[in-house]
Design a protein around this ligand. Structure first.
Ligand SMILES: *[C@@H]1O[C@H](CO)[C@@H](O)[C@H](O)[C@H]1NC(C)=O
Ligand SMILES: *[C@@H]1O[C@H](CO)[C@@H](O)[C@H](O)[C@H]1NC(C)=O
Ligand SMILES: *[C@@H]1O[C@H](CO)[C@@H](O)[C@H](O)[C@H]1NC(C)=O
Ligand SMILES: *[C@@H]1O[C@H](CO)[C@@H](O)[C@H](O)[C@H]1NC(C)=O
Ligand SMILES: *[C@@H]1O[C@H](CO)[C@@H](O)[C@H](O)[C@H]1NC(C)=O
Ligand SMILES: *[C@@H]1O[C@H](CO)[C@@H](O)[C@H](O)[C@H]1NC(C)=O
Ligand SMILES: *[C@@H]1O[C@H](CO)[C@@H](O)[C@H](O)[C@H]1NC(C)=O
Ligand SMILES: *[C@@H]1O[C@H](CO)[C@@H](O)[C@H](O)[C@H]1NC(C)=O
Ligand SMILES: [Zn+2]
Length: 452
């Protein structure tokens, strides 16, 4: 009851929050450690990250978007859109109309990014606010003619320390102030591909390094006096799954490679037939029991992966842990698979004035992160596929009832109702017993209208 009153009260206060109570605009740092599979948190030790979570919130599984690749998922986090709606549908793309190619190494043409507006652009449209990026796919591209006010050209050779130093300098020193910032790091994805998530020894070492980087991040924010007022989200784009030389699907064994162009290979192949789509489809359809073959129009609705020119006429979706290859390629521990597989999911942790302390939540969708970030920054979200309500339990200024609480409240209410009903019945019985003439009196009453 006390909790309810407090919640109601804080709701009232935040509802009419003016400029006076918060003179500084809220700030948010969004961090991605690429390929941080959700269950690494259960299977390895992360003392620094666990400390971060103890004073903040944890979402154990983030359901990401199909295909579970790096560029598409990073763009979904900052737009709240499924891939078919933001246009970055793979790390390798081809547009049949313009005949343009896109790859993660050749990604600077705004054409590919302009189907959506990322949050760093929207943030800068607000007066007196700027955005900064220590890398994140798209942040070094002028999307709708706008880059973040402060950014780095992508280069994997820039150390974490340099990225961290520069992004914190921008967060402190800039005018107009940087209120939204990103920080991106290539691990543990790179090592996950190399060793596979089941290589305990190597992954232990790599994940310890990640945890140390998180320790550095927190330390730096504390030293600079940013820790208390900055909201920090640490998340990732996707997980990783184990590969094997026994789980290969060789397309060259099924179909002549001159009958189609391969825009993307594995674990979701994008196939552009040269002459006859039906013929290519029929051959691929019977190629392997370990992959699903879809004509574009038959791609399952749950993938939200259909309505875009950059999605090719045929896609092949390998089963978990299988690699699609041509004659000479090797197995690859990978991600990109069906987004309902938990091995593909990342996690999310957050800390700061906007977030509860010590709260754990089961799951949200990666597209829900965008409306939550807009809420924290006080930005009006653009049309998106996320649901703000899914993240309310993480936020201090929101009313939220989670499922166990809701069940408790319903049971409580039923108990109260049952008790009341019981009491009423007992009282009625008591009232009716000592009044033998009640019926007579009633009859008298019944006559009253006639007398009048
Ligand atoms: C806050 O300040 C801005 C500009 O100084 C002003 O436009 C806005 O109306 C103010 N909002 C409130 C709730 O006072
Ligand atoms: C923007 O910042 C400048 C200087 O920091 C200040 O003078 C001006 O009032 C601010 N404008 C708004 C709309 O807040
Ligand atoms: C990024 O690279 C482009 C072209 O190589 C260059 O013109 C630009 O100054 C660079 N921007 C930053 C912020 O380093
Ligand atoms: C980081 O900041 C330093 C100091 O301003 C600068 O020399 C360096 O080029 C920056 N690094 C990147 C990758 O932009
Ligand atoms: C088809 O495979 C042959 C033999 O491996 C190769 O030389 C050729 O470049 C491939 N063609 C296409 C279109 O990939
Ligand atoms: C495409 O191939 C199918 C199956 O081989 C065949 O029935 C059909 O006539 C072909 N269509 C064209 C336009 O060649
Ligand atoms: C793939 O390998 C098979 C068997 O070794 C060979 O017959 C075929 O020509 C190869 N195809 C390509 C495209 O390399
Ligand atoms: C996702 O959001 C966009 C923008 O509002 C909308 O056009 C699209 O239909 C939505 N997709 C789904 C599956 O609801
Ligand atoms: Zn990635």
């Amino acid at each position: 009851m006390k909790l309810l009153v407090i919640l109601l009260f804080s709701g009232l206060i935040t509802g009419c929050r003016g400029n006076s109570s918060h003179s500084l605009p809220p700030k948010l740092l969004l961090v991605s450690f690429d390929g941080f599979r959700a269950d690494y948190l259960q299977n390895y030790e992360f003392p620094h990250l666990q400390n971060f979570i103890k004073e903040g919130v944890l979402v154990e599984h983030v359901k990401n978007v199909f295909i579970t690749k790096t560029f598409p998922n990073h763009y979904s986090i900052v737009t709240g859109l499924y891939e078919e709606s933001h246009g970055i549908v793979a790390n390798s793309m081809y547009d049949v109309i313009t005949k343009k190619h896109f790859s993660d190494l050749d990604d600077k043409d705004p054409f590919w990014w302009n189907e959506a507006v990322p949050i760093w652009v929207t943030n800068q449209l607000q007066e007196n606010r700027s955005s900064a990026a220590a890398m994140w796919p798209g942040t070094d591209v002028p999307i709708h003619n706008t880059t973040p006010s402060y950014f780095m050209n992508y280069s994997s050779s820039v150390s974490f320390e340099e990225r961290l130093n520069n992004i914190t300098t921008w967060l402190i020193n800039s005018n107009p102030p940087v209120t939204f910032a990103t920080l991106y790091w290539e691990e543990p994805d790179a090592s996950g591909h190399k060793y596979g998530p089941e290589d305990k020894e190597n992954m232990y070492r790599v994940l310890k390094e990640i945890d140390d980087l998180i320790g550095e991040l927190v330390h730096k924010l504390k030293v600079l006096g940013l820790w208390e007022n900055l909201n920090v989200i640490i998340t990732s784009d996707h997980g990783m799954t184990q590969c094997s030389k026994d789980r290969l699907i060789n397309l060259d064994r099924c179909i002549d490679n001159s009958s189609y162009a391969l825009i993307d290979l594995t674990p979701v192949a994008a196939v552009l037939p040269k002459i006859n789509t039906t013929e290519v489809y029929n051959k691929l359809k019977v190629c392997s029991p370990h992959m699903n073959v879809y004509l574009k129009e038959d791609i399952p609705a749950r993938f939200h992966y259909q309505h875009n020119n950059r999605i090719q006429p045929i896609i092949l979706v390998a089963d978990e842990g299988w690699t699609i290859v041509l004659n000479k390629s090797l197995p690859k521990c990978d991600h990109g698979y069906d987004n309902s597989l938990s091995s593909m999911h990342p996690f999310l942790a957050a800390h700061g004035p906007a977030f509860h302390k010590g709260y754990k939540h089961n799951t949200i969708n990666s597209v829900d992160i965008y409306p939550m970030m807009c809420h924290i920054l006080g930005l009006k979200p653009r049309p998106n596929n996320g649901t703000f309500g899914h993240t309310k339990c993480l936020l201090v200024d929101q009313w939220c009832i989670n499922l166990p609480e809701a069940v408790g409240i319903v049971i409580g209410a039923l108990l109260v109702l049952t008790t009341l009903t019981g009491l009423i019945i007992i009282m009625q019985n008591r009232l009716s017993v000592p009044r033998p003439f009640s019926r007579l009196q009633l009859q008298e009453d019944d006559d009253d209208p006639l007398i009048e």
